[in-house]
Design a protein around this ligand. Structure first.
Ligand SMILES: Cc1cc2nc3c(=O)[nH]c(=O)nc-3n(C[C@H](O)[C@H](O)[C@H](O)COP(=O)(O)O)c2cc1C
Length: 266
């Protein structure tokens, strides 16, 4: 795949993967791609755990689903992420960022805007939406043939230090390399981030993975081969919109006059 095609077609995979295990050759390519990322002084502060063991995957999946349900039932998820939700294609196209929930069972559609109010949350909980989403997520994660944990060495990753900032940049680039390689190999990838939002859940995952004191667990992903006819989850979103050049770029200095102009769009 050409590099620009790979970048343009990169997506988060929200739906299920095929059950086929990720071949050892592909696992090696993914990690090789990660390790080719730049890092400060070539420190390569990242470490990875490839998780194929079914019992471990299932337990991580259960924690993923339970934390999703808990965050949604308590309203924490909606409070924290309210600002990223768009409610129409028009709004999405105007803002050109955020996510639009465009796949929702009919009976829930009238409530989607209200989910951010106390009344709406009460209703959602009564309808069991957080539980349904949590269960769907558990199934998705448990049925993913590979879970990838990304870690940083604490020797380098000191959150209050410049090296901590460099580590985050480096790990981001390593993960992007993995993401792009997934596209080339017919694979997909998705963050499993809800356990990170509940410290006890994150601690449990660290303990399952036997993370030693000198490593920091940074992120979890589920990976696998993407089926030809990708089924969408019952509740799903789209987030393919991107900001325009004029919203992103300035020339030389930052002022309203120096932003990218329409004439520059070839
Ligand atoms: C730091 C970070 C955290 C993310 N957390 C999640 C997540 O918890 N679940 C998820 O499905 N996607 C997650 N994503 C993916 C974004 O939602 C996604 O990249 C964005 O909506 C753009 O969609 P795209 O990746 O399909 O282009 C995360 C991405 C980043 C960089």
């Amino acid at each position: 795949m050409e590099l620009l095609d790979a970048i343009r077609s990169r997506r988060t995979t929200n739906g299920p993967f095929l059950p086929d295990p990720v071949t050892p050759e592909h696992q090696k390519l993914l990690i090789e791609a990660a390790s080719r990322a730049p890092s400060h002084f070539n420190s390569q502060p990242w470490r990875f755990v490839l998780i194929e063991d079914e019992t471990i995957r299932r337990r991580i999946a259960e924690i993923g689903g339970q934390t999703m349900t808990q965050l949604m039932e308590e309203g924490r998820f909606f409070q924290r992420y309210r600002k990223y939700f768009r409610f129409s294609q028009t709004e999405l196209e105007e803002r050109r960022d955020g996510i639009l929930i465009d796949q929702l069972p009919g009976p829930l559609r009238p409530f989607i805007r209200q989910v951010f109010s106390d009344k709406g949350l009460f209703l959602m909980n009564k309808l069991g939406v957080p539980r349904t989403l949590g269960e769907d997520n558990t199934r998705l994660v448990a049925n993913s043939p590979l879970i990838l944990a990304a870690l940083l060495t604490k020797e380098e990753y000191k959150p209050d230090d410049l090296s901590g900032y460099y580590c985050l940049l480096s790990l981001g680039m390593a993960v992007e390399n993995i993401w792009l390689t997934c596209g080339d190999l017919g694979m997909g990838i998705q963050f499993v981030s809800t356990p990170m939002e509940i410290p006890e859940a994150w601690d449990e995952i660290k303990s399952i993975l036997q993370v030693p004191d000198d490593l920091e667990l940074m992120a979890l992903y589920r990976l696998g081969y993407v089926p030809k006819d990708q089924k969408r989850p019952r509740i799903d979103w789209t987030s393919s919109q991107r900001k325009s050049m004029a919203q992103l770029v300035y020339r030389n200095v930052i002022s309203p006059e120096t932003c990218w102009s329409d004439e520059e769009n070839l």
